[in-house]
Design a protein around this ligand. Structure first.
Ligand SMILES: Nc1ncnc2c1ncn2[C@@H]1O[C@H](COP(=O)(O)OP(=O)(O)O)[C@@H](O)[C@H]1O
Ligand SMILES: [Mg+2]
Length: 260
């Protein structure tokens, strides 16, 4: 969580939906950590990341407490959106403004009082590393595809919001290069939590938090043991991406040679 005074975010246990205490001691998130949250619908995944987003102090449905650098977070983190160290992107995060990509990013840069030269172009270039469908400066925000919008939101969270911790709640992954996104997040020393059912994203994460009945049931640390399966899933995924690209390009898929 570089460029910021945050060294770690700690989650202290609360209780499940039946008020039974959660069975973990603490969950600590540090710069560069990649975590995925899995579990059935209604098991408390969104509630878990919302607790982090609002810096819960035993005042949410789950009874959890969130600390920043081991302490109760400063008021400015909570009240001032421009100082907030967390960016939450959900299925419902949409850019409704009918303006160009350039104007939209410029508006956000002004709101955050950022003076870094070329930040708008850099953000668009980064977004273009996450999607095969190029985003041009003059594109209207409302005309972007789902994959382009998600890529732009993630690039914006990394460079403009400059949030050290990024939370993605079941953001559909189609149309974005997930391995590249995770690589870039690590390069920028960002921490990221994905609520996801995507096998590739889950397998690329360092830790997997498993939710059940509103509580953290367990935390899995694969530590390399999933590598053979991860490689296989990555190959299947790449094959699927290539199929998708060829179908988009109008090809008839009669030829083999697409297997990776
Ligand atoms: N520990 C908990 N105690 C009480 N209610 C909870 C708890 N965890 C989740 N809930 C509630 O259960 C419902 C489903 O949780 P949610 O986080 O939306 O599940 P998911 O995102 O996994 O589908 C929500 O109304 C949420 O507020
Ligand atoms: Mg949810």
């Amino acid at each position: 969580m570089s460029g910021c005074s945050i060294r770690e975010i700690t989650i202290l246990p609360g209780h499940d939906k039946h008020n039974n205490p959660e069975q973990f001691d603490r969950i600590v998130i540090r710069p560069g950590d990649t975590i995925s949250i899995v579990g059935p619908t209604g098991s408390g995944k969104t509630a878990f990341i919302n607790d982090i987003e609002v810096f819960a102090q035993n005042d949410t449905a789950t009874g959890r407490t969130v600390l920043v650098n081991g302490e109760i977070p400063a008021e400015e983190f909570i009240r001032d959106p421009s100082k907030k160290p967390i960016a939450l992107i959900t299925q419902n995060t949409k850019c409704l403004a009918d303006m160009t990509v350039e104007a939209f990013l410029a508006m956000h840069v002004r709101a955050r009082k950022i003076t870094t030269p070329d930040i708008i172009a850099k953000t668009r270039e980064l977004a273009n590393q996450f999607t095969g469908e190029q985003i041009h400066a003059g594109c209207r925000i409302t005309a972007l595809s789902g994959g382009q919008t998600r890529s732009l939101m993630v690039a914006d969270a990394i460079l403009i919001s400059n949030a050290p911790l990024i939370l993605l709640d079941e953001v559909e992954n189609a149309g974005i290069f997930r391995e590249r996104v995770i690589e870039v997040l690590k390069e920028h020393c960002k921490s990221v939590i994905f609520v996801t059912h995507d096998p590739l994203v889950s397998l690329l994460s360092d830790r997997r938090i498993v939710m059940r009945h509103g509580a953290v049931e367990k935390v899995l640390y694969p530590q390399g043991r999933e590598l053979p399966v991860r490689d296989m899933v990555a190959r299947i995924d790449l094959t699927m991406c290539r199929f998708r690209e060829r179908i988009r390009a109008g090809e008839l898929l009669t030829e083999p040679g697409y297997l990776v």
